[in-house]
Design a binder for this molecule. Structure first.
Ligand code: TV7
Ligand code: CA
Ligand code: ZN
Length: 399
């Protein structure tokens, strides 16, 4: 440090502990922590590490996690292993805490406690750097696990790092806006803050039923779901859900996002913003049903960056690892204001993962719109009616 002034404009901090990469949910499980290895390699290959401050955060402590989670749940989470989970004592709790079960969304794997404390520690550290004004955009691609409840694991999420980070931001900010572009509804964050007007939660997600009449996970997040209806509850109207159907395209999504997010920002006037950037809303995702390209996803980051408020960017879902890496690399570049070449750097380790026609032919921005060809069933009339309802829902936060 030569005592120079910090550069004007946005300064970006990147919070990442590489030990998260070494955890495995199981070979058939869609959540692959090594997508973070791919993301980091891409960011390094483009030289983005020179444009931001890098931090290797320590794991969160049990006491830090207990600010949101029940201690009973945490001590179970800390002690459960694949070896001891069969014991009668543990079997009695395992289902009620959201583990195992028929779908095995939340498996017990080796190093589980280490994994959850690493991604949560990174979100807390990122929030901290915003509070200390060390950066005005802080990034943690290993976090964003929005389904975890205070006493239960859900949908691949064990500890809710987003809730913890928002609670930390609330120590010095009156109002925090939470925006969630993961293809799934951000139910855990919504529920945690449903009774306060100091957090506004806004989630865009797929909502609806498949041909067997099963709801798309987690099944909540209808446009009518606006938080508690009791007028005495301060949280009333501080929840906004944007349900979307299969196959939404770039133009439609960007229009919905800027129209609604712009209005929420103007009316709510947050002091800080948390943006969950789940990459399962991309075309060609293994679990998602949207048709978005990387630059349309990144447009959401660009648009929110334009509000010029302290911004915490976190990861989330994303089940086609090479496209997760491309998207989060692009969004890191958006934050630092860099433009990246479409041709991937030839010195990129794992370059093979990005080569071959169906892998995107060695480019950063492959056309993802037609990869899986989910028919677009979002009509102009339906989208207009969603925006109308959203604006109507916003009247609760006027005046
Ligand atoms: C944030 N979808 C998390 C998204 C969480 C989605 C689900 C799976 C899945 C789990 C597997 C697996 C899978 C190919 C996909 C309702 C059920 C499903 C009946 C058997 N393969 C995020 C969670 C979602 C686990 N869960 O938002 C091990 O897909 O739909 C469900 C739940 C329970 C009942 N069963 C159907 O992106 C990070 N799970 C393979 C192995
Ligand atoms: Ca969402
Ligand atoms: Zn998701």
């Amino acid at each position: 440090d030569y005592g120079m002034e910090k550069p004007q404009g946005s300064s970006v901090s990147f919070h990442y502990n590489p030990n998260v990469e070494y955890h495995h949910f199981g070979s058939s499980h869609p959540m692959k922590p090594w997508r973070l290895t791919l993301t980091k390699q891409l960011i390094l290959a483009y030289g983005l590490e020179y444009t931001m401050e890098l931090h290797e955060p320590r794991p969160a402590t049990l006491d830090e996690l207990a600010i949101f989670h029940d201690r009973e749940y945490l001590s179970f989470l800390k002690n459960i292993t694949p070896q001891n989970m069969e014991s009668a004592d543990n079997q009695a709790h395992i289902l009620s805490f959201g583990f195992g079960g028929e779908s095995n969304d939340c498996p017990v794997f080796d190093g589980l406690w280490n994994y959850v404390s690493l991604y949560s520690g990174a979100s807390l550290h990122a929030a901290d750097s915003l509070l200390n004004a060390q950066s005005n955009i802080a990034i943690n691609w290993s976090g964003g696990l929005h389904h975890a409840k205070k006493n239960a694991a859900s949908g691949f999420c064990y500890v809710n790092d987003i809730v913890l980070a928002i609670q930390h931001l609330l120590t010095q900010n009156q109002r925090v806006l939470y925006i969630d572009i993961d293809v799934h509804h951000g139910d855990g964050v919504e529920q945690a803050f449903e009774s306060t007007d100091r957090v506004f939660t806004l989630s865009y997600h797929k909502f609806g039923f498949d041909k067997y009449n099963n709801p798309f996970f987690p099944g909540t997040g209808a446009i009518t779901e606006m938080g508690p209806s009791d007028p005495a509850n301060r949280g009333k109207g501080h929840t906004l859900n944007i349900p979307i159907e299969d196959g939404i395209d770039d133009e439609q999504y960007m229009w919905l996002f800027r129209t609604i997010t712009g209005a929420v920002n103007e009316k709510y006037r947050p002091n800080a913003i948390v943006l969950q950037c789940g990459a399962d809303s991309l075309g060609g995702d293994r679990l998602g049903k949207f048709n978005l390209n990387i630059k349309a996803h990144g447009y959401c980051v660009e648009f929110v960056k334009g509000f010029d408020k302290p911004l915490l960017l976190i990861g989330g879902g994303g089940y086609t690892p090479r496209n997760v890496a491309r998207t989060w690399c692009h969004e890191t570049a958006v934050c630092v204001g860099a433009t990246l070449h479409n041709n991937l750097p030839t010195h990129l380790p794992y370059l093979q993962a990005f080569q071959g026609e169906e892998n995107g032919g060695g480019v950063l921005y492959p056309d993802l719109h037609n990869t899986k060809r989910h028919e677009n069933v979002n009509s102009v009339a339906k989208l207009n009616s969603i925006v109308r309802s959203a604006f109507e829902n916003l009247r609760y936060i006027e005046g």
